[in-house]
Write a protein that binds this ligand. Structure first.
Ligand code: BG6
Length: 369
């Protein structure tokens, strides 16, 4: 049932082109317009939404953080991301005009379920982004947008994460189309580009040999840092989470802009740092800013492992290792940049002889608060 792979996690990483492709399937009409009748929420109700709160835990919460950048850009609706357990026990600003989007692979995470119930009590419209048919969270929500990643067995989430990001993009583009704002016309173009992503993931998966070697050399490493900006920031945190979960290594993800406000003090000679580099066409000169962040840490002795787009030569002088990802537009990059980080954690865990699919102290779905 592992389909020839050593672990479920590896199989699931290689399933990712399908997870993304299947989640896109059937969500557009022939003209390329988004159609989400499955939501069974009236267009009026959705048009009325003036704020979105995403509630989730762990990897699913990082999918929500990626979604925030995209949905805000496409719809101009403010999006907040709350860890479900923090949302539940706070005094959130949520009312009849709020849309609360929960994200959960299992649909059974108690923290997320309680957040959804709380949101409904406050009068919000609730949509569940979920991978498991018939599970509790979709049942307790007004609507569900299923991710079609297929069953995920390994405790550490991989293909469900990509499917969650994809489903959130679909939702964001749909809302944008519905509201007819300045971006609405571009929604079809983004969908077209999204449809090209599975083949790019496939291509990327064929080039992971060097990542495996790097992981093997790093089996004794005690701490790894991850940096990113914009949508690369949640990816940095996801890279760190994967390493904690799978290899029991202390790891932290930072927003690269935050470096000089503290984390740069951690840099000493030999410290490994992964940097998720935005494509050169990313707005606000973010590419240039991240390249100078790499330069800053390299000057202090960091060992820089840089994830950069094909053709990006600016990173080369400051990178000890460059891992290439295929080109795509800035907001879609997380679907590619996270893949080498998943692979790195998988291979480091394997190099340390650990149980990849069942890491210590963790459960696939946590059904207690
Ligand atoms: C954690 C799992 O306990 O729950 C993570 O170890 C997962 O991998 C998180 O991201 C949330 O789970 P779910 O099922 O709600 O997406």
């Amino acid at each position: 049932e592992k389909g020839g792979y050593d672990t479920f996690m590896e199989k699931e990483i290689f399933d990712q082109p399908h997870a993304v492709g299947d989640t896109l399937l059937g969500r557009t009409d022939e003209a390329g317009h988004l159609v989400l009748d499955e939501l069974r929420i009236s267009e009026e109700q959705l048009k009325n939404v003036d704020r979105i709160t995403v509630v989730a835990c762990g990897t699913a919460a990082y999918a929500g953080m990626v979604a925030k950048y995209a949905i805000e850009h496409w719809t101009r609706i403010p999006v907040e991301v709350s860890l479900a357990h923090e949302f539940r026990y706070s005094d959130p600003i949520v009312n009849e005009r709020s849309l609360v989007v929960s994200i959960s692979q299992s649909g059974e995470t108690m923290d997320t379920l309680m957040a959804v119930k709380h949101a409904r009590e406050l009068g919000a419209l609730t949509i569940s982004v979920c991978n498991t048919h018939g599970s509790t969270i979709p049942r307790e929500s007004d609507a569900v947008l299923y991710t079609h990643a297929g069953p995920e067995i390994a405790v550490a989430s991989t293909k469900a994460f990509l499917a969650q990001i994809t489903a959130c993009y679909v939702l964001g583009l749909y809302l944008s189309q519905l509201r007819g704002g300045t971006f609405a016309d571009d929604a079809q173009a983004v969908m077209k580009e999204l449809h090209e992503v599975p083949a790019k993931i496939e291509e990327l998966l064929g080039t992971m040999g060097r990542v495996q070697e790097i992981a093997r050399f790093m089996a004794d490493t005690r701490s790894v840092l991850f940096l990113g900006r914009n949508v690369g920031f949640p990816i940095a945190m996801e890279g760190a989470l994967k390493l904690k979960e799978l290899a029991y290594i202390h790891a932290e993800g930072f927003a690269a802009g935050e470096l000089k406000h503290g984390p740069i003090a951690l840099i000493e000679p030999g410290q490994p740092v992964f940097v998720v580099v935005p494509g050169p066409d990313t707005p606000h000169e973010l590419h240039k800013k991240v390249v100078s962040n790499i330069q800053e840490i390299r000057a202090r002795g960091a060992r820089t492992i840089v994830i950069a787009q094909e053709g990006d030569e600016d990173v080369v002088p400051f990178a000890d290792e460059v891992i290439r990802v295929p080109r795509t537009s800035p907001l879609l990059q997380p679907l590619l940049t996270v893949v080498p980080l998943q692979m790195f954690a998988l291979h480091l865990s394997t190099a340390k002889g650990l149980d990849v699919d069942q890491p210590r102290n963790l459960a696939k779905s946590v059904t207690v608060e």
